[in-house]
Design a protein. Structure first.
Lengths: 256, 344
């Protein structure tokens, strides 16, 4: 994600605060559509579609991110078609239930929300996001903690990977960590990490750490404000005007 | 247990975000008041450690499956509840932003379900009283650590899983009936909680043996009888039986909490309810009738009691038998899966 966020497109250059606000309003708007409002929620796809195109990110990269949330989502959603038997429309003589409609809305919402978050993090660096959080008055303790945890994540993950590798080389054909080593495996790492954290803190103090990190000052540039205002207006229109049905009615001459 | 944005309505998401924000504000305030903000590097390293530790698979003896650690209990045992809660927030925020594991709008709900229960409820209700010896005082410290970790993990995971069900239902995005959803989520998380609790316990006992001062609330060092795993496991078995049996007994006398909320309790004057008629609720479709018929005909212990028996004994026995059957079934499936894997 860090490499993606290092891009040079116009979307990457907009201020983190405006992108964060647009993302949050987008998410809230997308979630506020009723469970049968498929056309309403589909209209919201305009935002990720355009931003994917402008930022050079691909939807395929984003789809891989769905793997974590998919099990619970499918588990909850799959019962709708089974339990809601009201007829939505007929394919020949086969009725399609409204349960399928609500299931489709759930999946579309999931795709939209995961895309929006992916687009935010794929175009904005974590430092900038944390700077935006500080501007939104999130306490510095939390923001600093997120930043430092993120920094130490790679160190710890690497350490765990090395340990797991070493363990498996000594215990071939064994899938996980055996019962006898449950405690000592991560326990050893905890002991070492606690000492490391103390040293880290001492070295931070020596460099003048006072409990606050200096923040990256970002000025609110007019382009970013315009970008945010444009999307917020679009979201309001999409929410209150059934855009897809209006366009459909215009072309077919039918009713809304 | 991470919830996606799509599972929540904006109002439920906002409510949970507000609840989590208040708890986070309280935690930050407490840390500042106690001058503990210098703990931040330790908190960050611990959070990163838990994050990385969640990727380790622990083989569960006797089965082919594996488990992970429970972050909330581990962090609050090492850092205390407030610092543990904030560290869990850091873990959940990074999981959400970089791995799409749980959504941004669902962050409040996820923090509540996974960090609040483990760090505050599990800590104050179970970890502290047990570790300080207010309950089970006769046991050795390691035995108490095991007991507190397992009970804390199980309890906080059950609350978390129940909250997932409740939040999904209140968001009104699914047809899945509350009872069925809870009936699936809770037993699954009971098993997960037990494994997570045991792994957490093993880690904390190791830390205790090496550096007892790292753990919160541990006062004595090495006092008490020799620690034996057998002894602790027998305690856990008794506690499991007590919970399985005891809670069923209690449940028999009271309508289920949600049933009470939805349908009221007419005899006791709680007729004002949510406008639902119990007789007709959820029974309108032919499929539901059919399924209910099949369930009635095939269930060994319908409504968690012996057939044609309203006795409290029946309910208690069914709690115990149920625990046994679930354990046996899980073991059977795991063994079958393992033997199939070996053949393949």
């Amino acid at each position: 994600m860090d490499e993606l966020a290092d891009g040079r497109t116009p979307v990457h250059r907009f201020s983190a605060l405006s992108k964060l606000i647009v993302t949050v309003v987008f998410l809230l708007t997308a979630l506020s559509f009723g469970r049968y409002d498929l056309t309403g929620v589909l209209a919201m796809a305009v935002y990720p579609y355009l931003v994917f195109a402008l930022s050079g990110l691909t939807f395929r990269m984003c789809l891989r991110k769905m793997k974590y949330i998919l099990p619970l989502l499918l588990f909850v959603g799959v019962f709708d078609p089974l339990l809601n038997k009201d007829t939505w429309f007929m394919i020949g003589t086969v009725p399609v239930s409204r349960g399928w409609l609500s299931f489709a809305v759930l999946i579309v919402k999931a795709l939209l929300t995961v895309s929006a978050l992916f687009l935010l993090m794929g175009t904005t660096k974590i430092d900038a996001v944390c700077g935006a959080l500080r501007k939104l008055r999130v306490p510095s303790v939390i923001v600093t903690l997120i930043l430092l945890t993120y920094r130490y994540l790679t160190v710890m993950t690497e350490e765990v990977a090395v340990m797991t590798n070493a363990y498996h080389l000594r215990a071939p054909r064994q899938k996980g960590i055996a019962f006898a080593a449950w405690g000592s495996f991560l326990g050893q790492l905890i002991l070492r990490s606690m000492d490391r954290a103390q040293e880290l803190y001492a070295s931070m103090l020596l460099r003048g750490y006072t409990g606050e990190f200096p923040e990256e000052q970002q000025k609110a540039d007019p382009k970013s404000i315009l970008w945010a205002l444009m999307w917020l207006t679009m979201f309001a229109v999409f929410r209150f005007v059934p855009v897809i049905r209006v366009i459909g009615a215009l072309f077919t001459g039918g009713k809304l | 247990m991470h919830m996606a944005d799509a599972l929540l309505s904006p109002s439920v998401a906002a409510t949970m975000a507000a609840a989590s924000a208040v708890t986070a504000g309280y935690s930050v305030h407490t840390l500042r008041k106690e001058g503990d903000t210098e703990k931040i590097p330790v908190m960050a390293v611990s959070a990163a450690l838990v994050f990385a530790g969640q990727m380790i698979n622990y083989t569960i003896p006797g089965t082919g499956s594996s488990g992970h650690i429970c972050g909330g209990m581990l962090l609050s045992a090492l850092l205390g509840p407030q610092a543990g809660f904030l560290s869990m927030i850091a873990v959940l925020v990074i999981q959400c932003l970089f791995f799409a594991d749980g959504g941004l709008m669902a962050l409040g709900a996820n923090i509540w379900n996974m960090a609040f229960y483990g760090c505050f409820v599990g800590y104050y209700l179970l970890w502290r009283p047990i570790i300080r010896g207010k309950v089970f005082g006769s046991l050795s410290t390691p035995a108490r650590i095991v007991l507190a970790s397992v009970l804390g993990s199980v309890f906080s995971l059950q609350l978390g899983a129940f909250s997932v069900v409740l939040e999904t239902q209140l968001s009104g995005i699914t047809e899945l009936p509350f009872g069925a959803f809870a009936g699936l989520m809770l037993p699954i998380h009971l098993a997960i909680g037990l494994v997570e609790g045991l792994v957490t316990a093993a880690i904390l006992v190791f830390v205790y043996n090496a550096r007892p001062e790292l753990l919160c609330d541990v006062q004595d060092s090495g006092k008490g009888g020799a620690f034996s795993l057998k002894q602790t496991i027998s305690i856990l078995a008794v506690v499991t039986l007590l919970i399985g049996g005891g809670l069923s007994l209690y449940a028999s006398g009271n309508p289920d909490g949600l049933e009470w909320a939805l349908f009221g309790n007419a005899e006791e004057g709680y007729a004002e309810n949510m406008g639902l008629d119990e007789e007709n609720y959820g029974k309108s479709s032919a499929a539901a009738d059919g399924a209910a018929g099949i369930q009635e005909a095939t269930s060994f212990l319908p409504d968690y009691a012996f057939k044609d028996s309203d006795s409290a004994l029946g309910t208690t026995v069914s709690g115990i038998v149920g625990s046994g059957i679930v354990a046996l079934a899980a073991f059977g499936i795991a063994t079958a899966a393992r033997s199939r894997a070996k053949k393949a």
